[in-house]
Design a protein around this ligand. Structure first.
Ligand code: AMP
Length: 115
């Protein structure tokens, strides 16, 4: 996608710290972290939302989850724990329409609903 920020990052046109990558998936730090570890995991190919990914390339869903395990291990937070967030469409708070997962950790992230 010509005007997609994350496509440009995947293609190397915008430099990022490439924390992890394989043929299908890339992980890099979120530019505006909300936790000590805040990493984005994206499919290199463009899928606008998680809905598109799951319908058009279900095998990549497994690859994304597997990548999150590798990233968490690499960051040394697999045992302490982490949270995966996948915002989808407007009510989900999705701002960038190249599907991505947030991996958050490095401190206690808290529970849903603040409890
Ligand atoms: P979302 O609200 O789920 O679409 O999240 C988009 C995320 O992309 C936000 O957490 C932003 O901080 C992050 N972001 C935006 N631009 C960049 C960039 N150039 N490099 C890394 N992360 C970015």
């Amino acid at each position: 996608m010509a005007d997609c920020l994350f496509c440009k990052i995947a293609a190397g046109e915008i430099p990022v710290e490439r924390i992890y990558e394989n043929n299908d998936v890339l992980a890099f730090p979120d530019i505006n972290p909300v936790a000590p570890v805040h990493i984005l995991i994206i499919p290199k190919k463009h899928y606008a939302t998680s809905i598109d990914l799951s319908e058009e390339a279900p095998e990549l869903c497994a690859a994304m989850l597997k990548a999150s395990t590798e990233v968490a291990r690499f960051q040394g937070i697999d045992k302490s724990g982490f949270r995966l967030i996948l915002n989808t469409n407007a009510d989900g708070g999705q701002e960038i329409f190249h599907m991505h997962m947030h991996l958050l950790g490095g401190e206690y992230i808290g529970r849903l609903r603040g409890r």
